[in-house]
Design a protein around this ligand. Structure first.
Ligand SMILES: O=C(CO)[C@H](O)[C@H](O)COP(=O)(O)O
Length: 222
């Protein structure tokens, strides 16, 4: 079992009968979705909501019952990966492009459990480029505003053209150097016209489950 899978399967132990479960996106979340599917086949009675079309598809493949968002008041637990985790358990997410829906799930969850391998634990956020979701309309202007905030950025591409999120938007992958005050940067970004949301998750994490290369697990919480 690899380190991502160890962390993912530990997180899935927290799921109990009757819960509404938020499904993250990415290669670590994949292992969680797979394990949830296995538990459902063994009789676990839950319903789930997905943070991306890809995870929705996986949930279907693994036989996990999905719930329309209109029917959800609150999610009991969301399990998701991250690109970086700092000592305050602030995160960079969105490497897989699903940051907006992931944040909606996390923000509507009683518990937001982050699953990572040890390489994601950093002293300060910012080595991984911060994904910022921006609307296609006048995106060149939005890019200039982001540059004025200090970003060196690239518009994400896939198959030789702009990468388009599940919400029909673009992603600007932004380097700001070390992000020592994620709360302020989050606010600056999300008050920039044209920005839909950004991949900083501040004061949202309940627990981080870290898989180490030697096979051990570590649980971080504030
Ligand atoms: O935020 C995400 C997707 O938008 C992922 O959780 C993040 O990119 C980590 O991915 P992985 O588990 O594949 O390393």
């Amino acid at each position: 079992m690899n380190t991502k899978q160890i962390a993912a399967e530990k997180a899935v132990e927290l799921i109990q009968d009757g819960m509404i479960v938020g499904l993250g996106t990415g290669s670590t979340a994949y292992f969680a979705i797979q394990k949830i599917g296995q538990r459902v086949q063994e009789g676990l009675n839950i319903q789930a909501v997905a943070s991306s079309k890809a995870s929705e598809e996986l949930a279907r493949q693994f036989g996990i019952p999905l719930l329309p968002f209109a029917d959800v008041e609150v999610i009991d637990i969301t399990i998701d990966g991250a690109d970086e985790v700092d000592p305050n358990l602030s995160l960079i997410k969105g490497g897989g492009g699903a940051l907006l829906r992931e944040k909606i799930l996390a923000g509507n969850s009683k518990r937001f459990i982050v699953i990572v391998d040890e390489t994601k634990i950093v002293p300060a956020l910012g080595t991984f480029p911060l994904p910022v979701e921006i609307v296609p309309f006048a995106y060149e202007l939005t890019v200039r505003k982001l540059q004025a905030l200090g970003a060196q950025l690239k518009i994400r591409e896939a198959n030789g053209t702009h990468y388009i999120t599940d919400n029909g938007n673009l992603i600007a992958d932004c380097h700001f150097g070390d992000i020592t005050d994620p709360e302020t940067l989050h606010q600056q970004l999300n008050t920039t016209p044209g920005v839909v949301d950004n991949g900083l998750f501040v004061h949202m994490t309940s627990q981080v489950i870290v898989g180490h290369a030697d096979g051990t697990l570590e649980i971080l919480s504030n």
